[in-house]
Design a protein around this ligand. Sequence first.
Ligand code: AHG
Ligand code: MN
Ligand code: MN
Length: 336
Amino acid sequence: MEMTKTLGEFIIDCQAEHPHATGALTAIFSSIRLASKVLHREINKAGLVDITGAVGSENVQGEEQQKLDVYANEKFKTALAARGVVCGIASEEEDKYVNFEEGNSQEGEYVVLMDPLDGSSNIDVNVSVGTIFSIYRRVSPVGEPVTAADFLQPGHKQVAAGYVIYGSSTMLVYTTGNGVNGFTLDPSLGVFCLSHPNMKMPEDGKIYSVNEGNYIHFPTGVKKYIKYCQEEDETTQRPYTSRYIGSLVSDFHRNLIKGGIYLYPTARNYPSGKLRLLYECNPIAFLAEQAGGKAVCNPGEAIMDITPEELHQRTPFFVGSKNMVEKVEEFLAAEQ
Ligand code: AHG
Ligand code: MN
Ligand code: MN
């Protein structure tokens, strides 16, 4: 019988290739793996137990918190605090960054930034949601409380990043800067198995993903690019197909596998864009680039080169197949 490599085995093999590794990253991945299995279990009970709907509170960004937003945040936070290798976290669902004070956590060398539940609006209607995470080495001295500077690092400083997609199956996809690998949860065993080794994003694609309801408010370059996607042209296989789930993880995951572009530009309600640089755009950009794709906020400006100024900062986001992102950059540049 051919045995598939599990996520645990894969991580241990990777650690063995780095003899000076302390095992801290391995421990962080164990925490994320555990919390994501707990979340998988709860999400699969949606509709049966009281976990759908809103809690009646808003997060710091003025968004209505769903019960699963709060649940996911607690589970990931608790799992990450438990092993003493993470000294603090920042989360879309927390007003401020959290300093882990228990045990020997302040000896931890890493901070984790996360969107515990991405695509909240999809929970109640049985559509895929996700979790996004981003890991940095702290810049403040080990043994002291974390500082804002630990979290406000540009994306190219990420040590690792990934997402979990709770879809028709649950998958964990991550990078440590050495390619992208995807693992599918076998629910009968409770084990993630390497199902998508060395994932590569096609350089070209035929899918564009954008909330077209905001069209009227988009910048002219984006409007013209959308029209370009819809035009007929045999050599470039246009018109492209429009696909938009409304969950960044799911929209990106599809485009990663099939080839495509995801756009969340500035819009009337979102003068700086909607998506959060630290919890959503940087980790997805890291994965995209590691898979051969591209991610920018403006023409010629890589997402991962932005120096963050605040925790919940938003940015316009264009991510996907390299040639498609370069095409939208051309349209944006022409209108500047
Ligand atoms: P979250 O559920 O974490 O707040 O993220 C929702 C984000 C993202 O996942 C998605 O792509 C986008 O918001 C959808 O926004 P619109 O509904 O405005 O299209
Ligand atoms: Mn999100
Ligand atoms: Mn979220």
